[in-house]
Design a protein around this ligand. Sequence first.
Ligand code: ADP
Length: 297
Amino acid sequence: MLYNYGSINIDYVYRVSHLVRPGETLSSQSLTQVLGGKGANQSLAMARADGDVTHWGRVSQNDRWVLEILAQAGVNTSAIELTADASGHAIIQVDDHAENAIILYPGANHGFSERHLDALMPSVSPDDWLLLQNECNALENVMALASHHGMRIAFNPAPLGANVHSLPLELCQILFLNRGEAAALAGLDEHAGADELMEVLSRRLPKVELVLTLGRDGVRYQHGAQRLELPAFPVEAVDTTAAGDTFIGYFMAARQRSEPIETCLHEASIAAALCVQRAGAAPSIPLANEVAATSRD
Ligand code: ADP
């Protein structure tokens, strides 16, 4: 089983003529409400990749529609807690030049308590994976508990914050990093090369499998002496939102099926290449049969 201790966000997207100025009251031309959050996106990606996935999360009891979307995609939502506190959400202004301004409220995503975590863990078995991102609270406790229960931990420290530096990263089996996250974690400049990033991080975390995604430059993998490099598929990108989430979801689903690392990287790269050719976040995450069809081409 793939467990995902992940954020659920609702994105409220307001179209405006210009981004609101201090003291101004501005009418919006339209409002769209969509499911978001790295946690929910990665659960959707794992489910679309035919993974066996259970989402551990929290969302307001007023937003049950979110559970329906996840369940329709095949995510087990029985461990999602319906809360009295507001759902995590983003208030996003998008102006006529596609410029945006975002207010993020973590809400229920930051309301996990020890009681909740203790109740979740006894259902797991040592073969299970736990995937985490950096949008929920209590990550340190979750990592320690999951490790205690023998779970294999995969962590995507996104968005990267100061808290990540004090997490027990050596407990992780896999770290998924993009270039910016890798540089921040390695204490290097954001323009540092992939070789240097991998060298610093693998020296610091020699037992951890490092997956470094490099956008259109593809992906690097390193685990001890094993090093792999895969170019990205040459496609015309229209919107790279959720590319990383898609990559991670497909990688984890293949990994759960015990595929070789090369296959995990290959399927994840195809899925992410399909994702960047489509607009939007969750709707742009491809289905397993689309990835399989592209792989055969
Ligand atoms: P994030 O979205 O987390 O910043 P990346 O930008 O590294 O992550 O993208 C994740 C993966 O998505 C890449 O490793 C690659 O496989 C794929 N990808 C991203 N941008 C492109 C692109 N322009 N063309 C093809 N594949 C891409």
